[in-house]
Design a protein around this ligand. Structure first.
Ligand code: ASP
Ligand code: MG
Length: 426
């Protein structure tokens, strides 16, 4: 008998029918003899709808009230799920984040979990109940207010519960079958991975893969939680995300796993490029520029600086599209002080990343990427690398084609087209 934490995303509990289907799945796990703790997201697009409502009544809603509002979405789904389980003859108890002991810092809208004290959950488990917890929310001890963890935060709730309860596995259910070598909506020949290391998953998530939420993967990595990403719509096994030194459960069953050099290809349409042109080529200018950008709240990703021939240089960097306006405004405000000549904003870019732990020990991985792009006649505008990732910025109109070409070049294409269930991938 194991303790299993399961997380169901919004698309898995979108309506009454889906809630009943999820309830059945939970009951089946219970029937198999396991203790079950469930973290649940708000139904379907509830969170987006609540955000729109808030926007209609106030241009800048008070963060405290916004968290009160948004946290209600998960309270609806948790109670309905518990009721559905009751009607199948099983004992279930729902808990809000604060009842579950999800203690966070006080940052509304992006709170971080600082402690988990699942006393009531343990009591309920001891009494034989199935435990349902509202995802995405917590409680701050100093302000005594409800907080939310940021979009997609229910994944983190599930992982934090798994860590605190020392669960055997944290199963994250969504409308995709697991983690793929690429987004199957972009690349139909993408294949489901048997497993992926948590460091590879972090790079994939940070570079556009949406199947798992990055903070949840970080939390799992830090606390040694085994994640199993799988589909609500099928009983097929999904993908294991393995932390350092973690054994693949399928290997324990005797399967032999080969380690590919490249785990996957990620695509990201969400970035914009800003070029600060004609920057005086003297020490300290990059520091000035990125201090201004940081103060605007923009999150910088890739940076390139051209060589200067004339005593002036261009510095280009990428930021999320949503941050670009603030960064441009801040830079324009300090143009005279910094002494650059002009600003160029380009939001028609796409970013392609190739991720694989095998890059550490294999040569020629980047050459394969550049050759594939060159054969496809695709122009590269920026390049950046980490130990296990190579990213390039391209025209956004080239990104899908580039991703397909590169996926093929690394031998990642599957024989059959991946099944894509209608939905959002969450
Ligand atoms: N309901 C929240 C959101 O849509 C949290 C989650 O789904 O994980 O972002
Ligand atoms: Mg949601």
């Amino acid at each position: 008998m194991a303790l299993i934490v399961q997380k169901y995303g919004g698309s898995s509990v979108a309506d009454a029918e889906s809630i009943k289907r999820v309830a059945k799945r939970i009951v089946d796990t219970r029937r198999a003899g396991h203790d079950v703790v469930v973290a649940v997201s708000a139904m379907g697009d509830t969170t987006d709808e609540l955000l729109e409502l808030a926007d209609e009544v106030a241009p800048i809603p008070a963060p405290r009230e916004l968290d009160m509002l948004l946290s209600s979405g998960e309270r609806i789904s948790m109670a309905l799920l518990a009721m559905a389980i009751h009607s199948m003859g099983f004992e279930a108890r729902s808990f809000t984040g604060s009842q579950a002991g999800m203690i966070t810092d006080s940052q509304h809208g992006a709170a971080r979990i600082v402690d988990v004290t699942p006393i009531r959950l343990r009591e309920a488990l001891d009494e034989g109940a199935i435990v349902i917890v509202a995802g995405f929310q917590g409680f701050n001890r100093d302000t005594r207010d409800i907080t939310t963890l940021g979009r997609g935060g229910s994944d983190t709730t599930a992982v934090a519960l798994a860590a605190a309860l020392d669960a055997d596995v944290c199963e994250i259910y969504s409308d995709v079958d697991g983690i793929f070598t690429a987004d199957p909506r972009v690349i139909p020949k993408a294949q489901k991975l048997d497993h992926v290391s948590s460091e590879e998953m972090l790079e994939l998530a940070a570079n556009g893969a949406k199947v798992l939420y990055i903070r949840a993967v970080e939390y799992a990595r830090r606390h040694g939680v085994l994640i199993h990403a799988r589909s609500t719509f099928s009983s097929a096994e999904g993908t294991y995300v393995l932390g350092e030194g973690m054994k693949n459960p399928r290997e324990a069953e005797g399967a032999v796993m080969e380690e590919p050099i490249v785990a996957g290809v990620a695509t990201d349409f969400s970035q914009a490029k800003i070029t600060v042109a004609g920057v005086p080529d003297v020490p300290g200018k990059a520091a000035e520029i990125f201090k201004i950008v940081a103060k605007s709240g923009a999150n910088v990703d890739m940076i390139v600086q051209n060589v200067s021939a004339t005593g002036r240089t261009d510095i280009s960097f990428t930021v999320p599209k949503a941050d670009a306006a603030a960064a441009l405004k801040a830079l324009a405000g300090d143009q005279t002080e910094v002494g650059f000549q002009n600003l160029i904003h380009d939001d028609q870019i796409g970013k392609l990343s190739v991720v694989g732990a095998g890059m550490r020990t294999h040569s020629g991985v980047s050459a394969t990427l550049f050759e594939a792009l060159s054969a496809g006649g695709i122009n590269i505008e920026m390049i950046s690398t980490s130990e296990i990732r190579i990213s390039v910025v391209l025209r956004d109109t080239d990104l899908t084609e580039a991703a397909r070409t590169v996926h093929t070049a690394y031998g990642l294409d599957g024989d059959a087209e991946a099944t894509v269930h209608a939905g959002t991938g969450r």
